[in-house]
Design a protein around this ligand. Sequence first.
Ligand SMILES: Cc1ncc(COP(=O)(O)O)c(C=O)c1O
Length: 413
Amino acid sequence: MTSAAFDFASVLAEGLPAAAAKWTGFPKYNFVGGHNDAEQVPVDDLMAAAAAVLAREGSTLATYGLNSGPLGYRPLRDFLVAKLRRDAGIICSADEILITSGSLQAIDLVNGVLLTRGDTVLIEEATYGGALSRFARLGVNAVGTPLDNEGLRLDALEAALESHKRRGIRPKYIYTIPTVQNPTGTIMGEPRRRALLDLAHRYGVPIFEDDCYADLIWDGRRPPALYAMSEGSGVIHIGSFSKSVAPALRVGYIVAGWDVLSRMLALKTDAGSGALEQMVLGEYCTRHFHDHIPLLRRALRAKLEVLMEALSEHFGTAAEFDDPKGGIFLWVKLPDMVDTQRLAQAALAAGVAINPGREWSADAAYGMSRLRLCFAHPASATLRQGIAVLADVCRREFGVPTRSANVERRATT
Ligand SMILES: Cc1ncc(COP(=O)(O)O)c(C=O)c1O
């Protein structure tokens, strides 16, 4: 029997997510996802690293886990021990780091050991869509907390903790992206981090710290990680090489005490994440990571400037946004009558892909007229053209911005 003749629909497991759509190529103006700047992928140095590490240690590919055991390639974990100590103040050993297949697998493992259907987690009002879709799939109640220009608002968080406590609910964790928040681009300062830790400790709720953009702060001034400030107690920290080197490599990591890391390791049943990527990164990062990052930051900042200029030119005051402190995203508020879900559909038909705010928000009403733009991947000229097309679509669908850039320019000169 050929597989085409067999009806798999009749034997599918229950509760599967909707079927994936076939990939039909990137849209012309691609502002979605977390893609990085193609010109900043350090191809030559990665090639040299691959050649060097394979010549030296290639035969270790004969074993699952290389010769490093199930936590991941030891030189890469050693690099992370030194990097996290220098950049984030984290003092940990290589045995407190688990290398994962992207930090998405890290999120799955953290959720796997902590969450059961019906549980509650506290999250940021605007947050990572990949985390939100997981909560929905797991049947977990994700409660949003408002943000300000330093991230989580602790008065609101305390009120939420207190109200859950009164109802006998202990949230399983507080999920936060404290360093270059996705999507808002804010950084939580050290005093607020201290107060957050105190608050979480008082209510007996652990913190899940997702720090995957922390290398991309424009001025490089990274506050100590929550994990560092808590000395590892009550915090799980995850990070990634997706934003600092390349997302297609699919290498992330978890930093946690052995009490909980050992439970995650037992759930990681893939017999190890891709070994070549880990070897190449271990070799590359030890030599080049800290020289590469300032170049990447500069290139990203330049693209952000282009995007902000294009938005001002084509949307005028209709597009409100704060200049993010780093990263690859701009979080934009359009006038209330713009439903960005509908805008996203109409824009896609014109070749422009955007992330509607609702998919990045705990609260649909809050996200409704917001959108997230990833500026890292398109070339500068494409960024400009894409925003011009988006403004045209938005005007056609919603009447804003009221006038095109050209008309406005004519009117003012
Ligand atoms: C906040 C956050 N966490 C985790 C991820 C997952 O990234 P990766 O699996 O590529 O490490 C992303 C990707 O965009 C993200 O924005």
